[in-house]
Design a protein around this ligand. Structure first.
Ligand code: ADP
Length: 264
């Protein structure tokens, strides 16, 4: 009988210069992943950690806009120097290209860009690198999960069925590739209008149900507030602009909770 071929073993290299690497993932686009990644990174910083933010969305980088960064990173001794903004070390393909230039790249080029960002960036003395993943389950996720030592992933979704369907695929991918899922976040859970009424625009409880179904932790809800988008567009996310805002407090609590799971 023919023997099953042994599976190819991947060597997972840690990103140098950080203690922990956490991926922020959403199976679908437009659910608030980059908004979460930036605000969560800022909240971790406010809770006393040294933080790096790696925008790994090669086709649609958001960090230049969300952090209002227009500089190009310098390179020293073959390594890119991250750009320091709000006391966070930042790197994005968007720092190296024009804002409106479409990235028309094939898979192997994406993989090689990810390798550059994880191995050839001079990250320094960090507690956490927060990686803003592109949506979906493509080359970037695969490269990270197979070749880079990751300490966990947080999955963001809206509570809408259409988004949840993809979340389930995302959970299965991380499980299959052996990346620990720290938990799921329900973003844009509801909107409270001026008359105090709660509107569950995308449905209710969908992310929590999915978490239960897959035996994962549910990390909480983040409501819709127009200020979130406004501050993002201004290049200074809400946690930095208005630390006392209800949304900022949710992020700060989350940062404390997640941070306490890691031995710094
Ligand atoms: P993704 O990275 O998943 O594509 P983004 O972070 O770009 O999503 O968010 C998509 C849109 O939703 C943006 O306009 C953003 O400002 C908005 N958004 C995200 N979260 C919230 C929220 N909690 N309240 C209001 N707007 C939000």
């Amino acid at each position: 009988m023919e023997q099953a071929k042994p599976r190819k073993k991947f060597i997972k290299n840690p990103i140098q210069g950080t203690k922990f690497t956490i991926a922020i993932s959403s199976a679908k686009g437009g659910v608030g992943k980059s908004t979460f990644a930036t605000n969560f990174a800022l909240a971790l910083k406010k809770s006393g950690c040294k933080v790096g933010l790696l925008d790994a969305d090669i086709y649609g980088p958001s960090l230049p806009k969300l952090f209002s960064i227009n500089e190009k990173p310098k390179s020293e001794e073959g390594k890119l120097i991250p750009i320091n903004k709000f006391d966070i070390q930042c790197m994005s393909i968007g720092f190296l290209t024009d804002e409106q230039t479409p990235m028309i790249w094939r898979g192997p080029m994406v993989t090689s860009a990810i390798k550059t960002f994880t191995q050839k960036v001079d990250w320094k003395d960090l507690d956490f690198i927060i990686v803003d993943m592109p949506p979906g389950t493509g080359d970037t996720q695969l490269t990270f999960a197979q070749e880079i030592k990751m300490d966990g992933a947080i999955i963001i979704s809206t509570p809408q069925e259409l988004a949840l369907q993809d979340v389930k695929r995302g959970i299965k991918m991380f499980d299959k590739l052996g990346t620990k899922i720290i938990g799921l976040i329900d973003n844009m859970s509801f909107f409270v209008s001026e008359d105090g009424k709660k509107h569950e625009i995308f449905g209710k409880g969908g992310v929590e149900r999915t978490a239960k179904e897959f035996n994962k932790d549910f990390l909480g809800e983040i409501p819709i507030y127009p200020e979130v988008g406004k501050y993002g567009d201004q290049g200074k996310p809400i946690v930095e602009s208005e630390p006392e805002h209800e949304i900022s407090k949710i992020y700060l609590e989350l940062a404390k909770k997640i941070n306490s799971n890691f031995k710094l």
